[in-house]
Every structure is written in structure tokens, then in C-alpha cells.
Design a protein around this ligand. Structure first.
Ligand code: PLP
Length: 407
């Protein structure tokens, strides 16, 4: 008799997005002929850009000729792309990393989910609240939590992002082994300062903990002085893994390409520096056959000067949308956070409403779908997340509808 991995049964049901879909469908059935306007989804909408798309077309041309055809590549990613990424970190952030520290993947979500596999099942895990759900769920499946207690999971250390501290939590006041951080943050849009990150790096060095830093939205940081990578903080190369993606700057949500940095200098309690790096290399070469070569050609082009200008253009577009949303909501007295160095606006529900009640109100009165903050963790209660991913005309229409309904 086969037994399932019982840890999967501990997962609280994937409540958020199915429940949004259910309520939206029910509303549409009650209101036939009306369109819903969506400000809920973190999915890119604008077309691939010329230089990057050309590089992928060219790669397909190479693949359609038997003289230039290539099959499997290196599991860790194409050497030229890893070199280009190392050059990019040095050039744009002044951060020196080894080419071999970079591992190319099919996106940040897979890496964020898989990285826990190389750590002990007995690791104590700290996760920010609210947070992108994959950090919690992958560690539940990895057996590091107790049961879901109706609010959150027993056994995890939750680091609450409070309004008073700009939604950036402080390091834990107990010992933990793994810490998940995301900046710019999904869902709050908050961006950690160098001092914020230094507090975590100092903690990790002191406690021999490892930080898993998700920088999937780093290209949205436009204010000078804010860190784009955790390796801008001295000592992070000994205690931090970074995960990033081409999804939200080059529009690769469907193309699929990301990378992780697992420095050789990273320390674990078990060995000399290098073991975590070796285990991730072992994990990837065993369980992963490399990212799409077409996507990697696109990624390489995205790191060129022309590609970087195109990514900037795309990110500017979404940041422009974010401004429209934030200013529109603020005009009618809704308090908003994020949305400046981030594609997400974290809006406080008016009149002390709960997240789902405000969701229902916006759907009912403005026909607009947002994401209830409580779906990202208990500390998200009382907020909704609005996403700037959409065509400008649709974003404007949705904001006007909210203003008319609630203004
Ligand atoms: N990390 C964060 C914080 C995200 O919000 C997302 C996607 O929304 C991802 C990672 C996933 O990125 P990818 O498309 O590279 O898997």
C-alpha cells in the first residue's frame, strides 16, 4: 500500500485564489453583461520587447538547423548567461560574486520552493507575515511545521511586518536556522533599507542561520540608496542565498527564467564553507535538466545594454500604473503603502473593515477584483493588495470605478 507524504495533508487548502475566483464567478452570474475589472493578479500583461524577442527568435533559428542545433545544456545554466549575471551584479550593484555562484532556473518560484530541500528537516524556519505563500508551503511539505492551527502553522517563527515599522519586520528574538525575506515585498510593496538588511545579516552571522532573500522585484527599486541585492550588505556572502527572476522586469512570466545565487562562501554548521553550494549543485544536477535554451538566450539579451533599457521601459510602465492606483485611492481617502519601488499597492481597508469584506464591497460596488491581504498571512488582515500588472487603460478604468463607487 502506497502512503502519501502526510505533510501535504497539513497544507491549509489553497484558499486565496480559488476563493477569489469563486466569488468573482458568483458575482458575474448575478450580474450578467457586466465586466469585472481586475487589479488582483501579479501577472505581467505587456508584450516582450524587440531586442529580447529577437534574441529568442535567433535561438530558434539556430535550433532549426542541424549544424547549430543544441540539446541539453549545463544543468546550472549556460556559462555565458552565468558570466553575464556575475558581470551585471558587479556593474550595476558593485557586488563581486563568482560565476559559479549563479544557478539558472525556470523561475524564482521553483527555487524558492526547492531550496529548503538541502536543509535539515529539523531546521527552525522564520517567515515574514504577510508573505508570498511558497515559503510557508514548501517548508510545511518539507516537514518543518506542526499543524495548521486555523490562523497559521505551529512550529514556524512568524516575523510580523507592522505598519509602524513600514511593514519591515525585525530579526527574530529566538534562534532560527532559516529566514525567508522578500524585498521589494510581495504583498506589502515595502522595501528594506541597508540598515534593515544589515540587522538580518548580523543576526544570521551570529546565529549561524541562512537567509533566503527573494529579490524578484529588485528592478522596481528606483529610489537611490535602497539595496537591490542582499550582497550589498557586508557579510551576506557568508549567510545569504538570493533568488531572482526575469519574470517581472523582462515580462518572462510565461517564458520562464530565473536564477539563484548560492555562494561558495556560504557557511553551514556541518562543514567548512562550500557545503551548501555543493549540495545545491548536487540537487540541481540531479533533479533539474536546465532552463529552456530559448529562454536563456532571451535572458542573456535582457542583460545587455539594449535589454536593460527595454526592461527599464517595461518596469516604468508598471510603476506608472502603480502611481495611477495609489494616487486614485489616496484621492478618496484610502491609506496606501508600497507602489513606489514596487508593483504592489498595500491598501488599508477603510472603516476598520476586514480584507474579505472590503474585497466584496469593491466587487459589488465598483466591479473591481483585488486580493485580500489576509490571504498572505494573518498580519495581512485589514488590507488588500492591488497589482499594477495590467494595460494602462484597464487600470485607469478600474481606479475610476473605485473612485466613483467609494468617493
Ligand atoms: N517571488 C515572488 C515574491 C513573487 O511574487 C513571484 C511571482 O509572483 C515569484 C517569486 C515567482 O517568480 P517566477 O515567475 O520567476 O517563478
Amino acid at each position: 500500500m502506497a502512503h502519501v507524504n502526510g505533510n501535504f495533508l497539513k497544507l491549509a487548502s489553497g484558499y486565496l485564489f480559488p476563493e477569489i475566483a469563486r466569488r468573482t464567478r458568483a458575482w458575474q452570474e448575478r450580474n450578467p453583461g457586466f465586466d469585472v475589472l481586475r487589479l488582483g493578479i501579479g501577472n505581467t500583461t505587456e508584450a516582450l520587447t524587440g531586442h529580447i524577442a529577437d534574441a529568442m527568435h535567433h535561438k530558434i533559428d539556430l535550433l532549426t538547423n542541424r549544424d547549430t542545433y543544441t540539446g541539453y545544456g549545463d544543468e546550472q545554466g549556460d556559462a555565458v548567461l552565468r558570466e553575464a549575471l556575475a558581470g551585471f551584479y558587479q556593474r550595476e550593484y558593485g557586488v563581486k560574486l563568482k560565476v559559479t555562484d549563479f544557478f539558472i532556473s525556470d523561475g524564482a518560484k521553483s527555487d524558492a520552493a526547492n531550496i529548503q530541500e538541502i536543509f535539515s528537516p529539523s531546521s527552525v524556519v522564520a517567515i515574514t507575515d504577510p508573505s508570498y505563500p511558497v515559503y510557508v508551503d514548501s517548508n510545511v511539505v518539507g516537514g518543518r511545521s506542526g499543524s495548521y492551527n486555523g490562523v497559521n502553522y505551529d512550529g514556524f517563527v512568524y516575523l510580523e511586518g507592522r505598519r509602524e515599522s513600514g511593514f519591515i519586520p525585525s530579526p527574530p528574538d529566538v534562534h532560527v536556522d532559516l529566514i525567508y525575506l522578500c524585498s521589494p515585498n510581495n504583498p506589502t510593496g515595502a522595501v528594506a533599507t541597508k540598515d534593515d538588511l544589515k540587522a538580518f545579516v548580523d543576526y544570521a552571522l551570529r546565529e549561524n542561520a541562512v537567509i533566503i532573500f527573494d529579490a524578484a522585484y529588485s528592478d522596481y527599486i528606483r529610489e537611490p540608496g535602497l539595496p537591490h541585492t542582499i550582497y550589498e550588505i557586508e557579510g551576506a556572502e557568508y549567510c545569504a542565498i538570493e533568488i531572482n527572476s526575469f519574470s517581472k522586469n523582462a515580462g518572462f512570466t510565461g517564458v520562464r527564467l530565473g536564477w539563484s545565487i548560492v555562494p561558495e562562501t556560504l557557511r553551514s554548521e556541518d562543514d567548512e564553507p562550500g557545503l551548501i553550494h555543493r549540495l545545491w549543485n548536487r540537487r540541481q544536477t540531479t533533479f533539474f535538466n536546465g532552463a529552456s535554451n530559448i529562454a536563456q538566450a532571451g535572458g542573456l539579451a535582457a542583460l545587455s545594454d539594449e535589454g536593460r533599457a527595454e526592461c527599464r521601459f517595461l518596469v516604468d510602465y508598471y510603476l506608472g500604473n502603480a502611481r495611477v492606483i495609489k494616487e486614485g485611492l489616496e484621492e478618496i481617502g484610502i491609506t496606501c503603502y508600497g507602489g513606489v519601488n514596487s508593483p504592489y499597492i498595500w491598501a488599508e481597508c477603510p472603516f476598520g473593515m476586514k480584507s474579505w469584506d472590503f474585497f466584496d464591497l469593491l466587487l459589488e460596488k465598483a466591479h473591481v477584483v483585488v486580493t485580500p491581504g489576509s490571504g498572505f498571512g494573518p498580519a495581512g488582515e485589514g488590507y488588500v493588495r492591488l497589482s499594477s500588472y495590467g494595460h494602462r487603460e484597464d487600470i485607469t478604468k478600474a481606479v475610476d470605478a473605485i473612485k466613483e463607487a467609494l468617493g
